[in-house]
Write a new protein. Structure first.
Length: 306
């Protein structure tokens, strides 16, 4: 069996009754959190139509699942975690490949750009396609409110003065929204056991978010699913106050081999296409990774906000 098709060895650490790994046919863990929440579906590395028609892609499979869920939940939203279409994020690729798949729920999607979007000059295909949903001034970062959560969309492709402007904006945004529960997402993961590995481009943003008490970080880039234990600004395990990162590069593009297991990795799988389903509740969150093609891997749990 090739590395590309091999199932990663799955390591799951039980978090004091908060997290489990289960399989179809087993019930999901009971909710530990009271009250209603807002449902969020998240994945990156999505639509690739270079070898087949859009309707035959794994992006179509994941889109069908998300669309069905959205139809039953008028308040649910979608986070697209970058590399949303391949190969270069052109206007034609967005229209002809992303559009027939995840474009079905474009009006309910809040995206971030990945590196493939920037293979086109200034990621204009991405910004033209998503318009206001991609944030103001084609800068690639913005914030929204999802229920009682503050949610920040950041651009991990920026450098130099543009990156400094993003950090200045983030500092001001955090100061203006001292909420109990917060989530941030961008394309390149700070930590990853996938082939691309760790990425320090957003180190300063990570530290700022950790200092502000942010609960969740979502990324893509590596074409696998990975859940990390909560860690502090320096990446040290901190279950009480740390941020938990999920890598969800499983939206439809070809899955890729793993590299070296990173400290803090609790569960990793590179053989399952799927989406992360979050319930953002006033006092915490519940998560569930759901396969969209019948693979047995499943991951679910919950945690309180700090």
């Amino acid at each position: 069996m090739s590395m590309r098709n091999a199932i990663a060895v799955m390591v799951a650490i039980q978090l004091t009754g908060c997290a489990t790994n289960s399989h179809p046919g087993q019930s999901a863990p009971p909710s530990l959190l009271a009250g209603p929440g807002v449902t969020v579906f998240a994945a990156g590395d999505i639509a690739d139509c270079r070898k087949q028609a859009p309707s035959s892609t794994m992006a179509a499979r994941s889109a069908e699942f998300v669309a069905t869920e959205l139809a039953a939940d008028a308040g649910a939203v979608v986070l697209a975690l970058g590399d949303n279409v391949y190969q270069s994020g052109t206007a034609a690729e967005f229209a002809d490949c992303y559009g027939p798949t995840w474009g079905r729920f474009k009006s309910r999607t809040w995206p971030v750009p990945g590196n493939h979007e920037y293979y086109s000059k200034d990621a204009l295909g991405y910004y033209d396609y998503f318009g206001a949903q991609a944030g103001p001034q084609q800068r690639g970062y913005y914030s929204i409110e999802v229920g009682q959560w503050h949610v920040m969309s950041l651009n991990s492709n920026l450098k130099g003065d543009a990156q400094q402007a993003q950090l200045d904006w983030l500092r001001a945004d955090l100061a203006a929204h001292p909420t109990h529960c917060a989530l941030a997402y961008w394309h390149h993961p700070q930590y990853s056991s996938g082939g691309h590995g760790n990425n320090d481009q957003m180190r300063a943003a990570w530290a700022m978010l950790a200092e502000a008490g942010t609960e969740l970080i979502l990324s893509g880039h590596d074409h696998d699913y990975e859940r990390f234990s909560p860690v502090d600004a320096l990446g040290k395990r901190d279950v009480a106050k740390g941020m938990r990162q999920f890598v969800v590069g499983t939206g439809g593009a070809e899955l890729s081999p793993l590299a070296f297991a990173r400290a803090g990795s609790e569960t990793v799988n590179n053989a399952t296409y799927g989406v992360l389903k979050l319930q953002l509740k006033p006092a915490g969150y519940e998560w569930e990774f759901i396969s969209v093609a019948g693979e047995p891997f499943h991951d679910a749990g919950s945690a309180a906000c700090h």
